[in-house]
Design a binder for this molecule. Structure first.
Ligand code: HEM
Ligand SMILES: *[C@@H]1O[C@H](CO)[C@@H](O)[C@H](O)[C@H]1NC(C)=O
Ligand SMILES: *[C@@H]1O[C@H](CO)[C@@H](O)[C@H](O)[C@H]1NC(C)=O
Length: 357
């Protein structure tokens, strides 16, 4: 029902002339959400509400919001500048039987299973759904940028090829080569890793699901760029697992890939530049996400960014976790000053898991 209604409206809207459109606007009570010339009516606001209610518990920055952002990356990165099509097309939902079997997609079937019924309810194409859900889920996290949302992706034609998603055991050279093949510079790759500020691992060490990558997984702050640089001393779960390296904090996991990227001469200064620079991080993350979320898609998508909720701001200075200081930082960009940061008072914390993982 919802699907049929939306398709008709959208089909009308997309072919409407300005005159027809005036009549259509009259019949529809929803606000105009999208900029296009001639203007078109896309009834997205009720769909945004529905996604908030049915997927994000009314607007939380929890496990579902985090995994919606991860899903948009795993969907879109199946793209190559040397190929054609694919990319941010929602194939990860529509062809979930194929793509969830890829090694790098461990745990992704939980997300697609959670999103699939909501996707059907909305009547959007799989690509529009995956990338709208990621923009909304991210917006639920204080400090996040308001991501763009472009509307009008066609239905996906085929699953993405395997081996396009970077793995935490990959070398920096291979990770940067894969990003370059998808059209991203090394600086853009580092900016996209800001995503790991609202992230946790379920699969790396299955004995400790929901183990976060920083001490503030519910806030889109720059804490992850600081904590990945702190000297490691422990494994948070059942010893050393493939893809993790020593972590500085109980209850926190450090991905090997994040660590080697933070230390490599090609990426270390960009990594360090985001520490306590919220504005730089969100500006560069937003720009890189805008590219990611339309990879391989037609150029004439309609800008419907106005439907994306406005995130709460995060304006505090970040701090070293309790008991840590500048002496614990593994500086890999000595040519630039490291920001001066206060330390949280008290004994070293144990970071709690992200609920619902
Ligand atoms: C070098 C590239 C990357 C590697 C190797 C990588 C690897 C990983 C791994 C291993 C996990 C944990 C999976 C689990 O055990 O459950 C994870 C989680 C996550 N990743 Fe990445 N990632 C990369 C880039 C990205 C990018 C570009 C984004 C988004 C723009 C992203 C978003 C996320 C999010 C949000 C989570 C947390 C999901 C949740 O908490 O449910 N990652 N990543
Ligand atoms: C996978 O897609 C099928 C439709 O092709 C759907 O019925 C099923 O619920 C989806 N499962 C998951 C885990 O996403
Ligand atoms: C913990 O790790 C050891 C060695 O890697 C493995 O043999 C054991 O099965 C693991 N325990 C659990 C509960 O997964």
């Amino acid at each position: 029902m919802a699907f049929a209604r939306l398709s008709v409206l959208v089909a009308l809207a997309l072919t409407a002339t300005q005159t027809v459109n005036a009549a259509l606007t009259k019949r529809v009570t929803w606000p105009l959400a999208c900029t296009a010339n001639p203007p078109v009516v896309v009834p997205l606001f009720p769909i945004v509400d529905q996604i908030q209610q049915d997927l994000f518990d009314g607007g939380d920055c929890g496990e579902e919001a985090h995994s919606a952002l991860r899903l948009s990356f795993h969907d879109a990165i199946g793209f190559s500048i040397h190929g054609s099509g694919g990319g941010a097309d929602g194939s990860i939902l529509a062809f979930n039987e194929t793509e969830t079997a890829f090694h790098a997609n461990g745990g992704i079937d939980d997300i697609t299973a959670r999103q699939f019924p909501v996707f059907l309810e909305t009547g959007l194409t799989a690509g529009d759904f995956v990338h709208l859900a990621a923009a909304i889920g991210t917006a639920n996290c204080p400090g996040a940028p308001r991501l763009e949302f472009k509307f009008g992706r066609p239905a996906p034609k085929a699953p993405a090829p395997d081996k396009t998603i970077p793995e935490p055991t990959d070398s920096v050279t291979s990770i940067l080569a894969r990003f370059a093949d998808a059209g991203f510079s090394s600086d853009e790759a580092v900016a996209l890793l800001a995503s790991h500020t609202i992230a946790a691992a379920d699969v790396i060490d299955p004995t400790i699901p929901g183990t976060p990558f920083d001490s503030t997984a519910g806030t889109f702050d720059t804490q992850v760029f600081l904590e990945v640089l702190l000297k490691g001393s422990l494994f948070p779960g059942n010893g050393s697992q493939s893809g993790e390296v020593l972590s500085p904090l109980h209850g926190e996991m450090r991905l090997q890939s994040d660590f080697v990227i933070s230390q490599d001469p090609r990426t270390a200064c960009t990594w360090q530049s985001f520490v306590n620079n919220q504005q730089k991080m969100v500006t560069e993350f937003k720009a890189a996400m805008a590219k990611l979320q339309v990879l391989g898609q037609p150029r004439n998508l309609i800008d419907c960014s106005d439907v994306v909720p406005v995130p709460k701001p995060f304006t505090s200075a970040i701090k070293f976790p309790a008991s840590f200081s500048r002496e614990d930082v593994q500086i890999a960009c000595p040519q630039r000053a490291f920001p001066s940061l206060a330390t949280v008072a008290g004994p070293a914390p144990t970071i709690p898991p992200v609920p619902g993982s």
